[in-house]
Design a binder for this molecule. Structure first.
Ligand SMILES: [Zn+2]
Length: 490
C-alpha cells in the first residue's frame, strides 16, 4: 500500500515536473524566433559595423541598436539620462610619448631601447632616488619630492596594484621607476612593445595628474647590483615628451525587468555580454574586418533574446541586462559598471555572463566555471532540456575565468559565471576563428547557436526563480569578497 502510494506520488510528481519543464522550454522556443535572432546576429556582425572596435562610431551604432531592442521589449531604461539605456563609460586612449628617458646614476634609459612607459604626464621630474626595499616600512619613509625605485617581483617591495601606486603619489613621490630585472617570465622586447603601444584605460581627461611610472630593462642585473650597493640619495631625472591622452566615447547599454515576486523582486540577476570586438586590422589579406561573430555577436544577440523573453515572461527576481563595452581593451566596461552600478551591487545576487572564443563541438556548452557557485544544477538542467551536455573549464591553466567580464563582478563579490559555447580544448577548432577575420556569420552552426541561446535563457530563468540565494561555494577565491559585499557573517 505504502509502496504503491509512493509510486503513484512519484509518478504524478515526475509527470508534473517533466510537463512543467517542457511547458517552460516550449514557451522560450516559441518566443525566440530563429530567423529574428539570426537577423540580429547578422546585423551586429556585418562588415558594415567594421568589427565594433571601442571608440568607433560603428560600436556606438551597435549599442544604439541594442538600446532600441531593449526599448521595444519593454525594459526599464537604466542609462544616465532619463528614458535612455546608455551608461557613458569614461575611457581614455593613452598614446605613449615620442621621447622618454630616465637617468639614474650614470645610466640613461631610453624609450627607444630599454625603457617602457606605463603612465605619467609630460614634463621633467627630478629628485633624489628612494630605493624601496620593504613596503612595510613605507609609513615611516619620507617620499616628498623623491623618485621611488623598486625591483619588479621583489617579494618585499613589489607594488601589485594601482592603489599602492596612488599611495606613493599621496605621500609626495614624484616618479616611480620599476626595474625589470633577472628571472622575469617574458622577454624585454615583448614587454616594451606592450608598454610602448597605445592603449585604453578607465579615466577622465583633466582629472588628477598621474604619477610618472616607468619600467627599465636590467635583465643582466648590472643596475640592480649598483642600486643595492649605492642605495638612495643620488639624483634621478625622468623626462616625458609628447605623450597624448584622448577621450573615447563609449557606452554600456543597461535595462531592467522587474521581478514578479513581492520579496525576491528586490534581488537582481545580471545577464551580461560584451558587444565590442577588435575592429579592422591590416595585414590579413583582403578581409581585414574582424567581425567577431562568436566573440561576441552571439553573446550580444543572446541578450536581445533574453530581453524579448523576460520582457514578456518576467521571472521572480528582477533581471538587469547589460551589454558591456571595451572588454577587449581590458574588461573596461564591466569594471566601470561594477564601480558605478545602476542598482546597488549588494542587491545584485548573480551575474550570468556570455563570452565566446568559439566552439569545439555542437553537443555541449561550457560552464566557466563549475563548482564555483551553487547554481550548476540549473545550467545542467537547462542544457539537458535542449539536448546539450555541460563541461567545466577544460583548460584551467589558461585562466579563462579571469579573462572576461564575469571576473569584474566576482572581484566585487557578486557570484558570477561565464556561459560559453563548448570549449573542450584550445585547438585549431578555436584558433581558426579566435580573434581572426573569419569569425563571421557564415561559419557558425546556427542550429547549435540557437540551442545555446535557449539554454542561456532557461538557466537565467531557473536561477532567477530559485527560492534559495545563489552564492559562492564555500572556500571559493571570491567568497570573502561576497561576504564583505553582502555583509554575511563568516
Ligand atoms: Zn569576448
Amino acid at each position: 500500500m505504502i509502496k504503491l502510494t509512493k509510486l503513484v506520488l512519484l509518478f504524478v510528481f515526475t509527470t508534473l515536473i517533466s510537463f512543467n519543464i517542457s511547458a517552460q522550454m516550449s514557451t522560450i522556443k516559441s518566443t525566440i524566433d530563429k530567423i529574428e535572432a539570426e537577423s540580429h546576429l547578422r546585423f551586429l556582425t556585418a562588415d558594415e559595423l567594421r568589427g565594433r572596435n571601442t571608440g568607433t562610431i560603428e560600436l556606438n551604432i551597435a549599442g544604439r541598436y541594442l538600446a532600441e531592442q531593449f526599448r521595444k521589449y519593454g525594459l526599464d531604461p537604466l542609462g544616465d539620462k532619463k528614458g535612455d539605456y546608455t551608461q557613458k563609460v569614461n575611457i581614455i586612449e593613452s598614446i605613449p610619448p615620442s621621447k622618454a628617458t630616465a637617468s639614474l646614476y650614470d645610466k640613461v634609459f631610453d624609450i627607444k631601447l630599454d625603457l617602457g612607459y606605463f603612465d605619467g604626464e609630460n614634463g621633467v621630474f627630478e629628485g633624489p632616488i628612494m630605493y624601496l626595499e620593504d613596503l612595510s616600512e613605507l609609513e615611516t619613509t619620507d617620499l616628498k619630492g623623491k623618485i621611488v625605485v623598486t625591483v619588479l617581483g621583489d617579494p618585499l617591495a613589489a607594488l601589485t596594484n594601482i592603489d599602492q601606486v596612488k599611495n606613493l603619489q599621496k605621500m609626495g613621490a614624484i616618479g616611480l621607476i620599476e626595474i625589470y630585472g633577472k628571472g622575469q617570465k617574458f622577454p624585454w622586447s615583448a614587454v616594451a612593445q606592450y608598454l610602448n603601444s597605445k592603449k585604453m584605460k578607465l579615466g577622465e581627461i583633466g582629472s588628477a595628474k598621474v604619477l610618472p611610472r616607468l619600467w627599465v630593462n636590467d635583465t643582466t642585473d648590472v643596475f640592480v647590483k649598483k642600486l643595492k650597493n649605492t642605495g638612495s640619495g643620488a639624483t634621478a631625472t625622468i623626462k616625458i615628451e609628447n605623450s597624448i591622452k584622448k577621450p573615447i566615447e563609449s557606452y554600456n547599454i543597461v535595462g531592467k525587468i522587474d521581478g514578479t515576486d513581492p520579496v525576491l523582486k528586490d534581488e537582481y540577476v545580471i545577464m551580461c555580454a560584451h558587444y565590442d570586438h577588435i575592429g579592422v586590422q591590416s595585414g590579413k589579406g583582403l578581409d581585414s574586418i574582424y567581425n567577431g561573430t562568436r566573440d561576441n555577436g552571439i553573446g550580444t544577440t543572446g541578450l536581445i533574446n533574453a530581453a524579448k523573453y523576460f520582457g514578456l515572461y518576467p521571472a521572480k527576481r528582477s533581471i538587469i541586462i547589460i551589454a558591456l563595452t571595451a572588454e577587449e581593451k581590458g574588461l573596461l566596461g564591466s569594471t566601470f559598471y561594477t564601480e558605478n552600478p545602476k542598482v546597488p551591487l549588494e542587491k545584485s545576487v548573480f551575474a550570468l555572463n556570455i563570452d565566446n572564443s568559439g566552439y569545439t563541438d555542437v553537443e555541449n556548452i561550457t560552464l566557466l566555471d563549475t563548482a564555483r557557485t551553487n547554481i550548476d544544477k540549473f545550467v545542467y538542467q537547462a542544457a539537458k532540456e535542449v539536448g546539450l551536455g555541460v563541461m567545466g573549464d577544460r583548460i584551467p591553466s589558461e585562466g579563462y575565468y579571469e579573462r572576461s567580464d564575469q571576473v569584474s563582478f566576482a572581484k566585487k563579490g557578486v557570484p558570477a559565471i561565464n556561459f560559453k559555447m563548448s570549449m573542450a580544448a584550445f585547438d585549431e577548432r578555436i584558433s581558426t576563428y579566435y580573434h581572426q577575420p573569419n569569425d563571421e556569420f557564415d561559419s557558425v552552426d546556427l542550429d547549435y547557436v540557437y540551442k545555446y541561446w535557449i539554454s542561456y535563457i532557461r538557466s537565467a530563468e531557473l536561477i532567477s526563480n530559485w527560492d534559495q540565494r545563489p552564492y559562492w561555494i564555500p572556500g571559493d577565491k571570491f567568497e570573502e569578497a561576497g561576504n564583505k559585499l553582502y555583509k554575511k557573517k563568516q
